[in-house]
Ligand binder design. Structure first.
Ligand SMILES: Cc1cc2nc3c(=O)[nH]c(=O)nc-3n(C[C@H](O)[C@H](O)[C@H](O)COP(=O)(O)OP(=O)(O)OC[C@H]3O[C@@H](n4cnc5c(N)ncnc54)[C@H](O)[C@@H]3O)c2cc1C
Length: 437
């Protein structure tokens, strides 16, 4: 039986639950469909200060506080330096966003999903969307899903939101998805009990350790479990001959500063490995649909930007769909321009740093950050995810980049060697076609 509604949101991760909640609160008849059931494991545990105002606006700040480990900054550890480098978000251009949380995504996503369930007309878990006919200006889309018992559900909404994360449902169907030609990496990760953390307010800081084949994250969660992951170049992942657990432990042994923190720590469950995940879609919107969060693009987790960008895209998407459903053509056109800008701005700002984070020059600047020309403040604002509130960071970032290029020129041989090395590292022999342009 086909049911009519205003919007079907496909996927109840941070992007989907946020969009569904906001649209339902504007009075629209929303259906939220999720293939799994909450709580469920998901990677992506380190949040950014820019998430905090979004929690306030959704009314979930207290619940997030209850599950979150406070994260006041980030620490970088380099085997090529005899010191660590610490950043406090409170030192950013706008000190109003001094803190974020580290969270178990099972708990975090469940809070957002329950929030949506309070206001959304219909939520369905264990129900996978299999087909989407997007219709056109005159014809409604059709969304077909199958639940765990094998029953088929069909909706005829006026608008479709694809929030399917890395499954990229519409990106695949519409052949919009492209491998990122400028980046390529893989990850293996697990949860450890009794890792040695820093003390006091720094306990919840994310720690990034560089090593020869990439970098590690060290994310202390509330309680005594710490998430540890290695983000490595694909060539390194391809050398794996052993089970993931042994391979992860061997990889950790290559980074003595991290290995020392994990002495006596125990893996809580079997670790996970995941292949190349750097991609983007050619478009983020069409006549009757929008792609939000990872359904549009994902580059790399090094700056913990994924969840913030996913939720932020839900806010921008809401303006488009609301205007469309109210028949306000001018407002819709404005909102679509704003949505497009928001979807491209995040990946663009972060990717400049992501593409260079294993480069010795950028590493140097991270290990000895300078406050001249507000460079460090602006860098911290990016690390805090403060990209969408008009905080004045352009000047600081401009000088940061000038210094980076000047350093690269001053150490030309090293820079060329790093550039050649990176070109080798990002090669990919997967089937996914390269992005155009
Ligand atoms: C190794 C790694 C580490 C990361 N670390 C961080 C980090 O520290 N901090 C951070 O912010 N981000 C991190 N990320 C990124 C983060 O995981 C994502 O950016 C974020 O989860 C995106 O949210 P989303 O709602 O767009 O997608 P998701 O969270 O993936 O949610 C998509 C939802 O859609 C559902 N779904 C998929 N297909 C269908 C279908 N056909 N029908 C119904 N439902 C469907 C899925 O089950 C899922 O619940 C990391 C990513 C990786 C790969």
């Amino acid at each position: 039986m086909q049911r009519e509604c205003d919007v079907v949101v496909i996927g109840a991760g941070p992007a989907g639950s946020t969009t569904a909640t906001l649209l339902a609160e504007r009075g629209h008849h929303v259906v939220l469909v999720e293939k799994d059931s909450h709580p469920r494991f998901h990677i992506g545990e380190s949040l950014l200060p820019a998430n905090m105002p979004l929690f306030d606006r959704l009314g979930v700040a207290e619940e997030m506080r209850a599950i979150g480990m406070e994260k006041w900054g980030a620490t970088f550890v380099s085997p090529w330096h005899d010191r660590t480098s610490g950043f406090q978000f409170g030192d950013a251009t706008d000190p109003d966003l001094p803190m974020a949380y580290q969270v178990r995504r099972s708990e975090f996503d469940e809070i957002l999903f329950r929030r949506a369930r309070k206001v959304v007309a219909e939520t369905r878990e264990n129900t996978r969307v299999r087909e989407v006919d997007l219709g056109d200006r005159k014809t409604r889309p059709t969304v077909t899903a199958v639940d765990a018992a094998g029953a088929t559900h069909e909706w005829r909404p006026r608008f479709v939101i694809d929030a399917t994360g890395r499954d990229t449902l519409l990106g695949n169907r519409l052949k919009l998805k492209r491998r990122n030609p400028a980046h390529n990496s893989a990850a293996l990760f697990g949860h450890f009990r009794n890792a040695r953390r820093d003390c006091g307010r720094a306990e919840g800081n994310i720690i990034i350790f560089w090593f020869d084949h990439g970098w590690f994250w060290f994310i202390p969660l509330k309680g005594d479990v710490t998430s540890v992951g290695a983000v490595v170049w694909p060539y390194y992942m391809k050398t794996r001959k052993k089970p993931v657990r042994e391979f992860l432990m061997d990889t950790i042994a290559m980074c003595p500063q991290l290995a020392e923190r994990l002495e006596g720590a125990q893996l809580v469950e079997e670790p996970t490995a995941t292949g190349n995940y750097s991609y983007e879609c050619d478009e983020c919107q069409g006549e009757n649909y929008l792609l939000v969060g990872d359904a549009y693009a994902f580059i790399d987790p090094v700056f913990s930007s994924g969840v913030m960008l996913a939720m932020n895209s839900g806010f921008a998407a809401t303006e488009v769909v609301d205007a469309r459903l109210k028949g306000e053509a001018m407002a819709e056109a404005r909102a679509r321009r704003r949505f497009e800008w928001a979807m491209r701005k995040g990946p663009k700002e972060f990717s400049w740093f992501i593409y260079r984070v294993t480069n010795p020059t950028l590493r140097e600047l991270f290990m000895s950050p300078s406050d001249r020309f507000d460079m460090k403040k602006a860098l911290l604002s990016v690390l805090a995810g403060d990209l969408f509130r008009g905080t004045p960071i352009r000047k600081g970032l401009f000088f940061f980049r000038i210094v980076y290029y000047a350093f690269s020129l001053a150490h030309l041989r090293r820079s060329l060697a790093a550039w050649r090395r990176r070109a080798f590292n990002i090669r990919d022999d997967s089937e996914m076609p390269l992005a155009r342009g």
